[in-house]
Design a protein around this ligand. Structure first.
Ligand code: P6P
Length: 337
């Protein structure tokens, strides 16, 4: 491809997914339509987040407007936009959102064959200080579209057909896998299109960064304590790893995906199952990591093997470069002996 050809051969996310879809001749484009509605939600949130600094001035989300009306918080607003976009796509039958206590069962007239689990604005506590935040989503197929039940949602992450996140940072980047590797798309605001910018992302086999909230060190179990100690004082005399922890999962995972290393949110004495949610944080990020050549572990098993029993269930998670996760798996195996 000459640079000229590249410039004019705009590979938008829609074209990319259509190319993928052409591998399934019997496909009627339902997934492409679903994805376009997820992309619409991401564009809305990107636009709102970029203005959030002006919220006070403009009386936008989370502030009181000039009429003195309390505006909805950005995470509540984002959730409403995603729910409405997904229902109106006519391609979904069950929605699970971090913001909604109960699952949403789409009315029969608008029902489709997909289930979407999502966190519309993960890390939203970081908005006011300008730290990158994001949307995380996973997609399952329903067993019987005429009779969707909660059991269709409580499936292991390995049965997801697609997963992705959209990071709202210095640029708006959507990272997606439909089961054939991972690709990254960057929003070109002048076009309003997500353009393919990161082709077939593969995470480095090993990294030099570990990412964990060291403030919880007092409560860690022995294997995590030993692993982190070894990051700082390597027993084999190699150089210590760097610590990078943003405290926004999408930002920490995106850095891990591109630079390598390991991201950890372990269980601790305070929370036996860690903090992160299985369906719409652990599963999508674990799916992406495996598709990029990395892996994800819960301290006991492969993260994608979890069978959730409740839609807001939590799990510890260690994910990232294949070899780095192998090292902590060895620590947990040694402790289990
Ligand atoms: P802690 C943000 O609130 C979040 O849900 C994730 O985005 C992030 O990885 C984690 O919590 C940070 O948690 O306990 O380290 O502040």
């Amino acid at each position: 491809h000459s640079s000229e050809a590249r410039r004019t051969d705009l590979m938008t996310i829609t074209r990319h997914v259509l190319n993928e879809q052409s591998k399934y001749p019997e496909s009627r484009g339902d997934f492409t339509i679903l994805l376009n509605h997820i992309v619409l939600g991401c564009k809305f949130v990107c636009n709102s987040v970029s203005k959030s600094g002006l919220a006070k001035l403009l009386g936008l989300a989370g502030e009181t407007n000039v009429q003195g009306e309390q505006q909805k918080k950005l995470d509540v607003l984002s959730n409403e936009v995603f729910v409405k976009a997904l229902v109106s796509s006519g391609r979904t039958c069950i929605l699970v959102s971090e913001e909604d206590e109960e699952a949403t069962f789409v009315e029969p007239s608008k029902r489709g064959k997909y289930i979407v689990v999502f966190d519309p604005l993960d890390g939203s506590s970081n908005i006011d200080c300008g730290v990158s935040i994001g949307t995380i989503f996973g997609i399952y197929s329903v067993k019987d579209m005429d009779n969707p039940t909660l059991n269709d949602v409580l499936q292991p992450g390995k049965d997801m057909i697609a997963a992705g996140y959209c990071m709202y940072g210095s640029s708006c980047t959507l990272v997606l896998s439909t089961g054939n590797g991972v690709n990254g798309f960057t929003l070109d605001p002048s076009l309003g299109e997500f353009i393919l910018t990161h082709v077939d992302i593969k995470i480095p086999k090993r990294g030099k960064i570990y990412s964990i909230n060291e403030g919880n060190a007092k409560n860690w179990d022995m294997p995590t304590t030993r692993y982190v100690q070894n990051c700082k004082f390597p027993e084999d005399g190699s150089s210590p790893k760097s610590l990078r922890y943003i405290g926004s999962m999408v930002a920490d995972v995106h850095r891990t995906m591109l630079y390598g290393g390991i991201f950890m949110y372990p269980a601790d004495k305070k929370s036996q199952n860690g903090k992160l949610r299985v369906l719409y944080e652990v599963f999508p990020m674990s799916f992406l990591m495996e598709q990029a050549g990395g892996q994800a572990f819960t301290g006991k098993k492969r993260a994608l093997e979890i069978v959730p029993e409740a839609i807001h269930e939590r799990s510890p998670v260690f994910l990232g470069s294949y070899d780095d996760v192998e090292d902590i798996k060895a620590m947990y195996a040694a402790a289990a002996e």
